[in-house]
Design a protein around this ligand. Structure first.
Ligand code: MN3
Ligand code: FE
Length: 294
């Protein structure tokens, strides 16, 4: 397909759109370098951990590192759809999104190699619920966009990627992992990286909410698709958390299963309510509300 017109030579970039606001933020905040984070205290802390404590850190890192790899590998079909639809502002933001996922993969891999040592089989920590989401549902929903770019297919892709994998799994994991290390004043390098990564992730999720809101605003009859897909993936997402805790008789570092479950459920409920409000509203309203939230 040839170009017949360009955004930049006609209306120009719309800098009031949420994706351009996120792009500006990403250019300021998303440029941290995982290689610059000092892990020397983390190495000293690691040497003092009990076998159970090491096991829990391996488990969490094993879930995160593969999850970051999966979201890095699987994002491209969504970027392609956005580009094909000529949404220049959204594609510009998404270039930072993919860069950031690559850096997250880089960061966790570095911690594993330089702090924990690499001799453990991390895939042993991937439970059936985890596999259902990260090995199957995520690539399935994103790869489907290669042959089907319908609103329903885009909704399934973004719900899986932004709402469930990022919004429920990753955000809950980072939050609790960060809190646990902070409370015990452990692994300052890992904590610093997770703090920066959480900021990146909140932009990713803000984009996902915007994308889903604009799809639902334009196609309110697809609400059913969104709702049923969210509900179908909630159980395995909560299951991943339960599976992780079930491996321990006493969970190290004073970690509490209920904190995870409560946080995950409230993130899910809060996003659901926001998306529900997009039904039948104007694009201006979608954009206005989205900007208010960042
Ligand atoms: Mn990430
Ligand atoms: Fe992300």
């Amino acid at each position: 397909m040839q170009h017949t017109t360009f955004t930049t030579t006609t209306r120009g970039l719309n800098r009031t759109l949420l994706p351009m606001r996120l792009f500006e933020k990403a250019k300021r905040l998303g440029t941290w370098n995982p290689s610059d984070i000092d892990l020397s205290q983390d190495q000293r802390d690691w040497a003092t951990f009990s076998p159970d404590e090491k096991e829990l850190i391996y488990l969490l890192l094993g879930l995160f590192v593969a999850g970051e790899e999966a979201v890095t590998l699987d994002l491209l079909p969504l970027i392609e759809v956005v580009a094909r639809e000529g949404r220049l502002e959204e594609e510009m933001y998404l270039t930072t999104f993919l860069f950031e996922e690559a850096k997250h993969t880089d960061f966790f891999q570095r911690v594993l190699h330089e702090v924990c040592g690499g001799e453990v089989d991390l895939a042993q920590y991937h439970s059936d619920n985890y596999k259902q989401l990260i090995y199957e549902a995520l690539p399935e929903a994103l790869l489907a966009l290669k042959t089907d770019a319908s609103p329903a297919a885009q909704i399934r892709a973004s719900v899986t990627y932004n709402i469930i994998v990022e919004g429920v799994l990753a955000e809950t994991g980072y939050h609790t992992f960060f809190t646990m290390l902070e409370r015990n004043n452990l692994m300052p390098g890992l904590r610093k990286g997770i703090g920066l990564l959480k900021q990146d992730e909140s932009r990713h999720i803000a984009y996902g909410i915007y994308l889903l809101s604009r799809l639902i605003a334009k196609h309110p009859d697809e609400w059913e698709t969104l709702e049923s897909h969210m509900n179908a993936l909630l159980m395995p997402a909560i299951g991943v958390i339960g599976d992780a805790f079930a491996r321990f008789e006493v969970v190290p570092f004073g970690l509490d299963l209920n904190d995870f479950i409560e946080f995950a459920t409230s993130q899910f409920g809060y996003r659901y309510e926001r998306l529900e409000k997009a039904r039948g509203v104007s694009m201006d309203e979608v954009n206005r509300v989205a900007i208010e939230m960042i």
